[in-house]
Design a protein around this ligand. Sequence first.
Ligand SMILES: [Zn+2]
Length: 181
Amino acid sequence: MAIFDFFRNRRKGAPSKCAKCGEFHDKLPAIGFTTPFYYEVLNETDKARMATLSEDFCVIEHEEQTDRFIRATLTLQVNDACEDLDYGIWVSLSEKSYDEYAAEFKNNTAGKTYFGRISNDIPEYATSTLELHVQVITKSGGLRPELVPYESDHPFILDWQNGITIAEAEKRINRCKDQSG
Ligand SMILES: [Zn+2]
């Protein structure tokens, strides 16, 4: 299974008209992690024995504890282009939050907030992004929840606060494409 998917680049036909500049140009693909890091590191036997994975949910049953994850999105603002860079990122939730989110998943309401911890290690950063604390804010209409990080001096959170350049965004997309082969 590929580590990354690109969930907005399968658009068919010509580029659509940009809402910001009125020009026709391609959208940036989003970088999506297909599984939580903690799933990826299991061997094949343990994946089959301990884990349940779908596109939006993952549960890993260790002997001493059960870990629960959902897939969400996080947006880095791109300062010198129309498009922002979206990540598809897994976060861990408490049992209570996970159960409530899962129960309401098909007709969820917008604006519910859960506490989560980032469960993917984004490769651009020397310091791991695992376990960074985030607010998980639900959206309606079957959209994945949006992550809003808590304040931190981690470089990823500083990028979320300050934005990145289009050159940096394209570098990240190309690097993930190389790894997703
Ligand atoms: Zn534009």
